[in-house]
Design a protein around this ligand. Sequence first.
Ligand code: HQG
Length: 173
Amino acid sequence: MSKRLSLYLRHAPERIGIQLDEGGWVEVDVLLAALAGKGIALTRAQLNEVVVTNDKRRFAFDHTGTRIRANQGHSVAVELDLPVRVPPALLYHGTVAAFLPTIRESGLLPMKRHDVHLSATVGTARTVGSRRGEPVVLTVDAAAMTREGHEFRLSANGVWLAREVPPRFLSIP
Ligand code: HQG
């Protein structure tokens, strides 16, 4: 269910006939009705369960509990208005060997998402990389990037986001 909600709340809301507002939010009632329309029976209690128990905390309700959005990872245009934060000195990015030649050349780019996703721990980066094969973990000199004016944002589920990571800030094993 979490994967399916990711599809609708990050990439293809039109598939169930919903629209996300500029912040990526949709009314919970609208979402549940749209899902029901596609034969996906999900109660409000079950949705709460998904939001609370999802290991990656992919989704959040707004403070009134009437709207829901994905915390990060969108490919559709949304403005999450996340605060700029000073990152830890080192951040990590998990990828696979096949991408290294272009990463050495152009650094890390957002590809289909809005931002490059970086992890605070090697372990998380390894997990992210292993989605694609044998993981390779790159180290990002986030302190140097900050000194040179690059901004980092922190998503509600602890993912560090950057517009790009130029090659000179990367240590590639
Ligand atoms: C690579 C999951 C060639 C990059 C995870 C990555 C994460 C380049 C892929 C979240 C490149 C993009 C994000 C360049 C970057 N040349 N390849 N210049 N720059 N790449 O999925 O970081 O399940 O968009 O290394 O847990 O893998 O969605 O990013 O392999 O938090 O909740 O291009 O997705 O969370 O892939 O993963 P992605 P990602 P969710």
